[in-house]
Design a protein around this ligand. Structure first.
Ligand code: 1PX
Length: 215
């Protein structure tokens, strides 16, 4: 039925959300950034409950940002650029160690930003993979390159164990619901430059303000 097709997850739609992230003057809209992550979490949940501890943390961080967006100072959070400016000018960020602002928008978004780099690396590996490539290996490589250094030992251990539970490449492509493998590859080729641009703009912004190591 039409209703059940509506609910069927399609990764293309999620990655399209990241297209909407950039304003004409290359600012990053928080709302679409968060919506992109929401879609990715939905995808992750459809892969099984062993990934629950990962999606739970992502959902928690998404919610923190949504609360700022819907809060009394929501207009300051419209773009990542305006959020950084507002939180820094009003001393709402713990810079060297966690203190009175343990859940600032800046430090919360930084966690998702690092995970976006993982996504970029993982999708690039998927795009260039062959039939016999292992999703678990591609995922672990991307994780070790982009995220592992930011995580304590226990999380690294749990994450690497979860990766073994990923479905193989054919099933993984199936869940993405984009079409035959050639179409998945084409879709990834279109989506990746956009994800990469959103990542780079955020990275440069955070670097300019010395925010890349926020506790
Ligand atoms: C076609 C591919 C699409 C795949 C979509 C998968 C979406 C994955 C969403 C992952 C979001 C992860 C956010 C993690 C944020 C984070 O680093 N949090 C840690 C630090 O936060 P804190 O507040 O403590 O400073 C936190 O400690 C993390 C806890 C949970 C474990 C995070 C493991 C991240 C692994 C990322 C890879 C996901 C594997 C999905 C396989 C498809």
């Amino acid at each position: 039925s039409v209703a059940s097709e509506d609910q069927k997850f399609c990764l293309q739609e999620v990655l399209d959300t990241f297209k909407m992230c950039l304003s004409d003057n290359k600012e990053v809209y928080t709302q679409h950034y968060v919506a992109g992550w929401r879609g990715l979490v939905k995808f992750l949940n459809s892969l099984g409950s062993v990934f629950g501890f990962i999606s739970k943390d992502a959902v928690n961080k998404i919610q923190i940002l949504v609360n700022y967006l819907n809060g009394e100072n929501g207009s300051q959070y419209v773009t990542v650029q305006s959020m950084v400016k507002y939180e820094l000018e009003n001393e709402l960020v713990d810079i060297t160690k966690r203190g009175s602002h343990p859940e600032s928008g800046c430090r919360t978004l930084l966690r998702l930003h690092r995970a976006l780099r993982w996504l970029e690396l993982f999708l690039e590996r998927l795009r260039t993979s062959t039939e016999d490539s292992k999703t678990s290996v591609m995922c672990a490589e991307a994780y070790n390159e982009a995220l592992a250094q930011h995580h304590p030992w226990m999380i690294r251990k749990a994450a690497n164990m979860a990766f073994y539970m990923l479905p193989g490449r054919p099933a993984f492509f199936e869940v993405m619901n984009v079409g035959p493998p050639e179409q998945v590859v084409a879709m990834l080729g279109e989506a990746l430059p956009l994800i990469s641009e959103v990542y780079q703009i955020t990275e440069t912004l955070y670097a300019q303000h010395n925010l890349l190591d926020l506790p």
